[in-house]
Design a protein. Structure first.
Length: 452
């Protein structure tokens, strides 16, 4: 891989890259099948990704006709890397075993190491014989929707594909590595004004937020909508906040510290709720929710926005769903894609049906939605929310930060890129869009670090 890295850094042409040998093994971050029981008896928060995430060499898989080999320059930590590395709610090897039963090519994924990672910015090294739109040397970002294009159920909205999977979570050969194998229909052009690490953090969270709010398939926000956003400076929320602002809505962002609140203000979000400072206790005990707290929270939202939210952007799950259903306005929509704090959800159904609200589910994004979101990033309308960067060797530290909610926005991971700041193909465009806007989350993180 060193030869490949040097060639890329020296601006090798596509033909020159295509002539370089693909190594038989490559450096990757993975969890091991024989360690899936290692955290038994520990509470979730005590399960430490630094113990389960290994960085070492794995064998390079063969290339299927519809796939490409990528030199991965940078990747990012998503919450699914946390789930995989703490083996919750299930070890991911079951996904690989099921995938392996589908075809000869799919069988490659069944291994005793699961290479994780569902984001990446990369350079195409080789394309399979059926690939038409990409060639060696192309600079790309990767979205994580792994779709079987011979399955009829994939052809209206590919998220409905019966065997749709998330790359690097439900499939092997993920992006937290120097090399990856992905389907050609996961590729999108890398935004030309971004560094490798800025480009690497967007696709998964940004496209998920796009489908939840803007695309045709979920909440479908409109001009003027009030949108309550949980975790508004986190991975999903950082993009959701920007999308609502860009689409002419009124975001009300919930965060858990004054620093995160200030970051949102700098992003342009005027209405911010610090859930810790306000001390909301939606659950009186493990079994009982406190409607008085829902009311107190709802009053706060109304006092800020002047009205109840048209849309609630949900992902914390058990902790917040009762409050979310209560707080949405009459006829409003609660759009959910996750349940970080627990997936057995409880809410008062009277508030749902009597007020004609609806709960809409959403999961990642189809290729079209991911592409449209990537276009917004490429145009500089939506900024990357990179707040920190780790070397691949320190992937466990990065995953721990996300697991313990110590981060803002997204954490990037350098793979083949030897240092930060490389990969900008169009510096004038970067200047036009504004380096201060592009780097806001990182500037903020470093200011907080300096203040101690
Ligand atoms: P993240 O970067 O950790 O941000 C989530 C934010 O939610 C946190 O920063 C935190 O913000 C807030 N939060 C966490 N627990 C909470 C609780 N109990 N009550 C209220 N707020 C809470 O993670 P993410 O990338 O945004 O992902 C969030 C969830 O969505 C994860 O479970 C992830 O697996 C899932 N996800 C699903 C999809 C999909 O396609 N279905 C895609 C992406 C992510 P504050 O502390 O500042 O409030």
């Amino acid at each position: 891989m060193d030869q490949i890295r040097d060639a890329i850094l020296n601006g090798a042409s596509g033909d020159e890259l295509a002539a370089l040998p693909i190594p038989e093994s490559y450096r990757a971050a993975y969890v091991r099948r024989d360690e899936t029981a290692m955290f038994e008896g520990r509470e979730s928060w005590e399960k430490d990704p630094r113990e389960s995430l290994h960085v070492g060499d794995v064998a390079t898989p063969e290339l299927a006709p519809d796939e490409v080999y990528l030199a991965v320059m940078a990747s990012s930590i998503n919450f699914n890397t946390v789930w995989s590395s703490i083996f919750e709610p299930l070890p991911t090897f079951g996904f690989l075993d099921r995938l392996a039963r589908e075809s000869e090519w799919a069988a490659r994924h069944q291994r005793d190491e699961h290479v994780l990672g569902s984001d990446g910015s990369a350079v195409v090294l080789r394309v399979g014989s059926a690939v038409r739109n990409w060639k060696p040397g192309d600079h790309v970002v990767v979205h994580c929707n792994h779709v079987d294009d011979q399955d009829p159920s994939s052809h209206n909205d590919s998220m409905f594909g019966s065997n749709q999977r998330i790359w690097g979570f439900e499939t092997n050969f993920g992006g937290l590595a120097d090399l990856s194998v992905v389907k050609a229909n996961q590729l999108m052009p890398k935004p030309t004004h971004l560094t490798w690490e800025e480009a690497a953090v967007n696709a998964l969270c940004a496209a998920t937020s796009y489908r939840m709010l803007i695309g045709q398939n979920a909440a479908r926000m409109k001009l003027g909508d009030v949108v309550l956003i949980w975790g508004a400076s986190g991975g999903l929320g950082g993009y959701a906040s920007q999308l609502v602002l860009q689409a002419g809505g009124i975001p009300v962002g919930v965060v858990s510290s004054p620093e995160k609140g200030e970051l949102l203000n700098r992003l342009g979000v005027e209405h911010v709720i610090d859930r810790k400072a306000d001390g909301y206790q939606f659950w009186a005990d493990e079994h009982t929710q406190d409607e008085g707290e829902w009311r107190r929270f709802g009053r706060k939202v109304r006092s800020l926005a002047g009205e109840d939210p048209h849309i609630v952007f949900e992902h914390p799950g058990r902790s917040t769903m009762g409050a979310s259903v209560f707080t949405a306005r009459k006829g409003g929509t609660i759009v959910t894609c996750a349940a970080t704090s627990g997936y057995m959800i409880e809410y008062d159904n009277r508030h749902l049906w009597m007020k004609l609200k609806r709960i809409v589910s959403s999961h990642f994004a189809n290729y079209q939605e991911a592409w449209e979101m990537n276009r917004l990033i490429d145009m500089g309308k939506i900024q990357p929310i990179l707040s920190g960067v780790f070397d691949l060797e320190r992937v466990g530290d990065a995953a721990l930060q996300v697991h313990h909610n110590l981060h803002e926005g997204k954490l990037g991971v350098l793979c083949l890129a030897p240092e930060r700041g490389l990969g900008i193909a169009d510096p004038e465009k970067r200047e036009r869009i504004g380096p201060d806007k592009i780097g806001l989350f990182e500037t903020h993180a470093s200011e907080i670090a300096t203040e101690g």
